[in-house]
Design a protein around this ligand. Structure first.
Ligand code: ZN
Length: 497
């Protein structure tokens, strides 16, 4: 007869297997499903979601957890228990009728948001946002928190993280970042960004993006790249990872760096330990740690001069009309142009985190009740002026630009900036451990870096929470230092500072 732990893990594996089927159906819906499949697919997904939730809240899990609690010495089993307990507690605290109400409100809100954005009229979205915010506050109260309600929501995406800690880190980041953006704006040297907006034929982009993904270590026997409106990485299992991208023939960056970004997510998924598949030990730590892997490959590696010293000859051969007359230096400048802009998803590495800080401060104030929903447009515009020195002309380019709030995802945004900070801190540690990492990249050798990430991060699954993982891998708690030095080292030469 199997022991209690094995019985528990079997239940967990079944639930996560169902969740991975949901992911595959989602992927299919975004890539290949014919338009008329939408009604049946909604039903399939709703049934699976309900079944998954029933399993997550199966009282047998609670009984087994109580029985096993404190009896295990194996650290891997203990990690599985800790995270199973967290998932179970969160799931049973929220009644299924509240989940259904949130899903319904979210689906109305998303439609209203899309219309409001089209017409740039926040008032059309406002009542939906008020409702979602109320529902998510209810969730926060049911789940409970030590500091403030926002913590309970943030915890969904970044387990164990607290608003207060994030606020402290962001406060350290904000001043130096704004100052650096100002210095760059006043620099006498400016890269010619128009180079990346020339003609880049799609077939050549597809082939070149695939070549880069393969070169850095993405295994196409265990994954694939397809096209979707919004790029994502769906990692059902380590041996089946689905990346998506989109192509714009008048812009080099979205597909090429988009693929490198999603490849970073994909390498993490492929690096998880398949012996622990469908359990916490075989799953990613958090959205922030996931994003650190994508940003590391996209930016620290993929936008570095060393990377292009290796790949630029091939790149030029792939796009002779656009790049034939462009030197390596001008190209590296163009892919790293910095410009305060209104839209987060188009922001460069230097200004990006300021977009996140703005959103974090606003949503934290919304959740605590300090900021009324109707005041969001004004608060947004004022903060935009404060952090980036620009003001959107309308709400579509301001507070209506992101989809997140329309499905009630409060607490999601900070994980993007945490990802950037984790990435820089991991990368500095990899440089320390691997010695001539920049030279290795210059030679097109990415194996040591990938092995380092596999050993230090990927294969641990959820053994450590993000804060502990960072400290174990880098020897220090999360700090802004490595990210700020990385920016300065990289952008000072480009802008002649
Ligand atoms: Zn990402």
């Amino acid at each position: 007869m199997p022991g209690d732990y094995d019985t528990l893990i079997e239940l967990v594996r079944e639930t996560q297997t169902l969740a991975s089927v949901q992911e595959l159906l989602d992927w299919d819906q975004e890539t290949y499903m014919p338009p008329n499949g939408v009604t049946a697919r909604a039903e399939q997904l709703a049934t699976l979601a309900k079944t998954t939730h029933d399993r997550q809240t199966d009282p047998r899990i609670g009984e087994l957890l109580d029985k096993i609690d404190g009896t295990l010495n194996d650290p891997l089993q203990a990690a599985n228990l800790r995270e199973t307990r967290r998932d179970y507690d969160r799931a049973v605290k929220i009644p299924s009728d509240l989940i259904a109400r949130i899903a319904k409100a979210g689906s109305h809100a998303q439609k209203a948001w899309a219309k409001a954005r089209e017409q740039s009229a926040f008032s059309k979205f406002e009542p939906h946002l008020v409702k979602l915010l109320d529902l998510k506050r209810e969730v926060a109260e049911l789940i409970g928190y030590e500091g403030e309600p926002y913590d309970a929501l943030l915890d969904e995406f970044e387990p164990g993280e607290r608003a207060e800690t994030v606020a402290k880190v962001f406060a350290e980041l904000r001043g130096p970042l704004s100052e650096f953006v100002r210095q760059i704006a006043e620099a006498s040297t400016r890269p010619d960004e128009s180079i990346v907006r020339r003609e880049f034929p799609r077939p050549a982009q597809e082939a070149f993006a695939r070549k880069l993904a393969e070169a850095v270590g993405f295994d196409f026997e265990s994954g694939r790249i397809d096209v979707s409106t919004h790029p994502f990485c769906s990692g059902a299992t380590p041996s089946d990872v689905r990346l998506t991208t989109r192509y714009n023939e008048r812009h080099f960056s979205p597909a090429i760096f988009g693929v490198l970004h999603e490849t970073g997510h994909g390498l993490y998924q492929q690096g998880l330990d398949s012996a622990h598949m469908f359990t916490p030990m075989g799953s990613a730590v958090s959205l922030g740690i996931h994003e650190s892997q994508s940003r590391l490959w996209e930016n620290m590696v993929g936008r570095s001069r060393a990377f292009w010293e290796h790949f630029y000859p091939d790149c030029r051969a792939a796009f002779p009309a656009a790049l034939g007359d462009v030197s390596l230096d001008r190209f590296v400048g163009a892919i790293n142009a910095v410009q305060p802009s209104l839209i987060r998803v188009e922001a460069d590495e230097v200004t990006y985190n300021l977009h996140i800080i703005l959103r974090f401060e606003l949503e934290r104030a919304m959740v605590s009740g300090k900021l009324a929903v109707r005041d969001i447009p004004d608060a947004w515009n004022a903060k935009m002026q404060e952090v980036l020195g620009i003001t959107p002309a309308n709400d579509a380019d301001g507070c209506l630009q992101d989809i997140h709030w329309s499905f009630g995802a409060f607490g999601y945004f900070p994980t993007y900036a945490l990802g950037n900070l984790y990435a820089a801190q991991f990368y500095a540690a990899a440089q320390r451990d691997l010695g001539d990492l920049t030279d290795q990249i210059r030679r097109g050798n990415f194996k040591n870096l990938l092995d380092w990430l596999r050993v230090n991060i990927h294969r641990h699954g959820q053994r450590y929470r993000a804060a502990e993982l960072v400290e174990r891998v880098t020897g220090k708690p999360l700090s802004t230092g490595p990210f700020l030095s990385y920016l300065r080292d990289k952008f000072a030469p480009i802008y002649g500072l």
